[in-house]
Design a protein around this ligand. Structure first.
Ligand SMILES: [Zn+2]
Length: 430
């Protein structure tokens, strides 16, 4: 055969060789976090002597470090026997609304959004679902800044909280709020403790239908038991705060179980309404001070600012807090999914730190550490509809995880012993 005629064949053979060598080079994207005790978010037990195998930021598998098939040639990170849990998810936060105590338009910048998401990430909160009233800068960050490369928490957004005054306004308002492509939508059904008219079922049922027509889900801020029930009867998808006026009853539990509805208790939201009337103890907590802005602390210590945290609403929500906790536990015990959520982000609701405070309050209220860990990972992801890629360390999902020194299953406060945080297998600068 003429050698020229064989040339295409040779090119083909060389191409295959080059391509296959590229493929083996690509295996350098294989990153293994070894020598750890790993909870994948679904199993009852943690796996000891385990390694988390990742490629391109996603989970391949969790294997035994003595496994004979242990992949060779991968980059290894030795976790020295530490605990690994899926990245924590705040199912109800807010981003970009305030800079310290400032909520003016000056606070609304992409830099501020990035700073807040970085702060969350440093506390192990690798995803924040921001439930409404974000400035559009939050959408710019969501759509243009890579969380993995930048070491910031992933963010999902609800846009403007809907407040139509009549059924006729609903379609236009939902349309307007759709322009930035929100991930959720949100309403408030709240009479301001009797100070104003609250949204009627007629209006919110129209909103829920319109939101569902766009394949989105609707979160509802509530205070009262009857509103929680009526929202669920009308098709609402998430109860975004605790029931704070009455003990939850069988009817609410059945409605939530039948329709698979979750709740975000936001216990720290109640705390933030009254706690600054005096200097709170956590102003001396090193875990808080590590990232706190001393200027903001100083402002909150001023008598004229402390005064803001007194009065009727402060009294109501302080007095309602024990009931909010009891209701959370009752729902949890009945099998309703509680998704960890804080309502942090507005002034003096400190992102990152408040998520840990929330989980500690959940524990004080009677939930077990295992239940809280599930609530802040898998359940938060399922409840917010982001569990296809987040919430557990299962094959194909993002390798977002927290490395902690002490066993968080023994006591949720052990989550404070964070050693490292990874988003998409990439280390967050702390
Ligand atoms: Zn909220």
């Amino acid at each position: 055969m003429n050698s020229f005629k064989r040339l295409p064949l040779l090119i083909f053979v060389f191409s295959v060789l080059i391509l296959s060598s590229c493929t083996s080079e690509k295996d350098e994207n294989l990153l293994i976090f070894t020598n750890a005790i790993i909870w994948n978010g679904t199993e009852q037990e943690m796996r000891e002597n385990a390694a988390l195998v990742t490629r391109d930021g996603r989970v391949i598998s969790i294997i035994d470090i003595n496994d004979l098939d242990f992949p060779e040639g991968a980059e290894m990170v030795d976790l020295n026997g530490a605990y690994v849990i899926p990245g924590l998810i705040n199912a109800h936060g807010h981003v970009g609304m305030a800079d310290g105590l400032d909520t003016s338009s000056q606070a609304h910048t992409t830099d501020n959004v990035v700073r807040q998401l970085r702060l969350s990430a440093r506390y192990g909160i690798t995803t924040v679902v921001s439930l409404g009233d974000e400035p559009y800068h939050a959408f710019l960050v969501r759509d243009n800044i890579d969380a993995v490369d930048s070491g910031i928490a992933r963010v999902f957004l609800a846009g403007d909280v809907l407040h139509a005054n009549s059924p006729e306004e609903v379609a236009e308002e939902v349309e307007r709020n759709s322009q930035y492509i929100p991930d959720w939508m949100k309403i408030r059904v709240d009479d301001g403790l009797g100070q104003r008219e609250k949204m009627s079922p007629e209006i919110y049922s129209a909103i829920i239908d319109e939101v569902h027509n766009r394949d989105l889900k609707l979160a509802a801020h509530i205070v009262y038991l009857e509103d929680a029930k009526e929202i669920i009867r009308n098709g609402g998808d998430l109860i975004a705060h605790s029931v704070r006026d009455e003990p939850v009853d069988r009817e609410l539990i059945d409605l939530m179980l039948d329709r698979n509805i979750c709740i975000t208790p936001t216990l720290t939201r109640e705390v933030s309404v009254f706690v600054y009337a005096e200097r709170p103890d956590f102003f001396d907590d090193p875990f808080f001070l590590e990232y706190a802005n001393p200027e903001v602390i100083e402002q909150l210590e001023r008598p004229e600012v402390q005064q803001v945290f007194t009065g009727r609403a402060a009294d109501y929500f302080r007095d309602a807090l024990p009931l909010a906790k009891e209701n959370m536990v009752a729902l949890n015990n009945a099998g309703v999914r509680v998704a960890m959520g804080t309502d942090s982000g507005p002034p003096a609701r400190f992102q990152g730190y408040f998520e840990h405070m929330e989980m500690e309050m959940m524990q004080d209220a009677g939930m077990s550490a295992a239940e809280i860990l599930r609530s802040a990972t898998r359940y938060a992801a399922e409840c917010m509809g982001i569990d296809d890629e987040l919430g557990t360390l299962e094959e194909g999902k993002w390798a977002d995880f927290v490395v902690v020194e002490e066993n968080p299953f023994e006591d949720i406060t052990n989550l404070r012993s964070i050693l490292d945080v990874y988003i998409g297998a990439s280390q967050v600068q702390r």
